[in-house]
Design a protein around this ligand. Structure first.
Ligand code: MN
Length: 228
């Protein structure tokens, strides 16, 4: 046993639908601009370019159902409804046709974004970390296992206090799940416990203190969070 000078930090993890066991989380990767309409609403050209990635700390995870403080240093907190892939099998340079065998399961997620800080970072060519990877910035619902690794299909929606803000379809991804896994595995070796947020459809917008934001994906549990 290693003798640490501080208590060991808690292992971040995600609930699993229908099980008392939990999925241990290692890293959180996120894809930028993976739906054409969202790329356009953010002022970008959705012409096919390689996917790009940013990260959040694993301990930024928030379990669905939580009430959390409105994040500091922002007055423009945005929701981004996303399908999340949980990696169960390690791999590097994974071929696209083998990529889904590395997926353990899927969950609904919300890539919370301090949009004002992100706009400032873009304008000054600085990193996105503080606009994307802040405390409690990764909301996630229970994971659902996928026997063959295939992702869910159908609608992905975001509701704020019951009002539909985002209403897209997983089939509208520019880079489908298999392509994302394959491409990311060329940049880093994927390991069990890694999560990938796969991008958001159009309709991102602000959440105010006191509001409840829910991401719904067909076949999965919702990822819901309330801001104090
Ligand atoms: Mn996103």
């Amino acid at each position: 046993m290693t003798d640490f000078v501080l208590p060991q930090p808690d292992q971040p993890s995600v609930a699993i639908r229908g099980s008392d066991k939990r999925f241990p989380v290692r890293r959180i990767f996120c894809v930028g601009r993976n739906y054409a309409e969202h790329a356009r609403e953010m002022g970008n050209d959705p012409e096919k370019e390689p996917p790009f990635f940013f990260t959040k700390p694993a301990d930024a995870l928030v379990a669905s159902g939580a009430t959390i403080p409105y994040p500091p240093m922002t007055s423009d907190l945005h929701h981004e409804a996303e399908l999340v892939v949980a990696i169960g099998l390690a791999g590097q340079d994974i071929p696209v046709d083998r990529a889904l065998t590395h997926a353990w399961g899927y969950a609904a997620g919300n890539d919370l974004t301090r949009r004002d800080l992100q706009a400032e970072a873009k304008a000054t060519r600085r990193p996105w970390d503080m606009s994307k990877g802040f405390d409690r910035s990764a909301v996630i619902g229970a994971l659902v296992t996928s026997a063959d690794g295939a992702p869910p299909r159908g609608r992905i929606r975001c509701l704020v206090d019951g009002e539909v803000r985002q209403d897209g379809n997983l089939s509208d991804m520019i880079w489908p799940v298999a392509a994302i896994i394959a491409y990311l595995s060329r940049l880093v070796e994927l390991r069990p416990g890694d999560l990938i947020f796969t991008g958001t459809p159009a309709g991102v917008g602000a959440i105010r203190p006191g509001q409840t934001c829910s991401v719904e994906i067909e076949g999965l549990d919702a990822a819901t969070v309330t801001f104090a």
